[in-house]
Ligand binder design. Structure first.
Ligand code: NDP
Length: 275
C-alpha cells in the first residue's frame, strides 16, 4: 500500500519545519503518510494545489504568502476559516476541497495547555491586525476573555476587525481597537502578531502593560529571543515564542486529516533544543 501524501505550500518554503513535525506525528501515531515541502510560484498556487490533489494528495498546509489564495480555492470553509478569511489547512476529498484554519486553535492550545494560562476572564492585548491576528480573534473570544484590545500600526485595520467580530461578543466593549500607545493598565496576556520582529522592530507599546503575571507571547520564533520578548522580560513578564503555536497548529491540522490527535510535548522540547 502507498502511504497517503501531504505537503506544505509556501514561497519561500525551504525553512519550513512542518515536514519534520508531521513526520514525527506520523511515526508517533502509526499513520501511513508522507509529507513534503512544495515551492509554489507566487502567481501559481491554485494550479500547484490542484495538481497535487489530482496526483492523489490528501491534504496540504499553506503558509506565507498563500493563505488567502487557499481560502479562495476551497469549495467549503470551516467556520473558523471563514472568520479568519484565511486557510492554512486543506483537505482533498474527491471533488471537495475543505479549507480550515488551525492557527488560532494552535495558539489557544499553546497558551492554555503548554503555558498553563487560562484565557477565561482575562485582559488580552493583541498586537497586529494582519492575517495571523485575524485568525486568532475568534478562537480567543471563544475562551471568554473579560476584554480584548487589538492594537495596530494602521488603526483602521484593527477597527475593521472589531466590526467584523461584533456579533461574536459576550458583552459590548469586550473587543476594542486602537493604536499601540493606547492600551492602558496591565494585561494578563499580550500576543505579538505583528511581523515587526522579522525586521528587529518593536511595536511601540507602553511598558506598563506588562507585569509579573503577564504572559507575553511573540508568534515569531528562532534561536534568539525577539526584541519584543526581551522588552517584555525586562518589564517583568513571562515570555514565550511562537514555536509552541507552530507545533500545536500542526497537531490540529493532523487531526483534521487523520482523526488522530498527536502528543506534542516531547516534539516541542526536541525542536526547542535544536533551534
Ligand atoms: P501580515 O503581513 O498579514 O501582517 C503584518 C502585521 O504586522 C500588520 O498588522 C502590520 O501592521 C504589522 N507590522 C508589520 N511591520 C511592522 C512594524 N515594523 N511595526 C509594527 N507593526 C508592524 O503578516 P501575518 O499576520 O501573516 O504574520 C505576522 C507574524 O506572525 C509573522 O512574523 C509570522 O511569521 C507569524 N506567524 C507565526 C505562526 C506560528 O505558528 N508561530 C503562524 C502564523 C504567523 P499594518 O497593518 O500597519 O501594516
Amino acid at each position: 500500500i502507498h502511504p497517503d501524501q501531504y505537503c506544505v505550500f509556501g514561497n519561500p518554503i525551504a525553512h519550513s519545519k512542518s515536514p519534520l513535525i508531521h513526520a514525527a506525528f506520523a511515526l508517533q501515531t502509526g499513520q501511513a503518510m508522507v509529507y513534503d515541502r512544495r515551492l509554489a510560484p507566487l502567481d501559481g498556487f491554485a494550479l500547484a494545489a490542484r495538481t497535487f490533489a489530482a496526483e492523489g494528495g490528501k491534504g496540504a498546509n499553506v503558509t506565507v504568502p498563500f493563505k488567502l489564495d487557499a481560502c479562495a480555492l476551497a469549495t467549503e470553509l470551516t467556520p473558523r476559516a471563514q472568520a479568519a478569511g484565511a486557510v492554512n489547512t486543506l483537505r482533498f476529498d474527491n471533488e471537495t476541497i475543505l479549507g480550515d484554519n488551525t492557527d488560532g486553535a494552535g495558539l489557544v492550545a499553546d497558551i492554555v495547555r503548554n503555558a498553563g494560562v487560562s484565557v477565561a476572564g482575562k485582559r488580552i492585548l493583541l498586537l497586529g491586525a494582519g492575517g495571523a491576528a485575524r485568525g486568532v480573534v475568534l478562537p480567543l473570544l471563544e475562551q471568554g476573555p473579560q476584554e480584548m484590545f487589538i492594537a495596530n500600526r494602521t488603526v483602521a485595520t484593527a477597527e475593521a476587525l472589531v466590526a467584523q467580530f461584533a456579533d461574536a461578543l459576550a458583552h459590548p466593549g469586550q473587543l476594542r481597537a486602537g493604536g499601540f500607545a493606547q492600551p492602558d493598565g496591565q494585561f494578563d496576556i499580550v500576543i505579538n502578531a505583528t511581523s515587526a520582529s522579522l525586521a528587529g522592530d518593536l511595536p511601540p507599546v507602553p511598558p506598563g502593560i506588562f507585569g509579573r503575571h503577564t504572559l507575553a507571547l511573540d508568534m515569531m520564533y528562532g534561536a534568539q529571543p525577539t526584541v519584543f520578548m526581551d522588552f517584555a522580560a525586562q518589564h517583568g513578564a513571562q515570555v514565550r515564542d511562537g514555536l509552541g503555536m507552530l507545533v500545536e497548529q500542526a497537531a490540529e491540522a493532523f487531526y483534521v486529516w487523520r482523526g488522530v490527535r498527536p502528543q506534542t510535548q516531547d516534539l516541542l522540547a526536541q525542536l526547542r533544543s535544536a533551534l
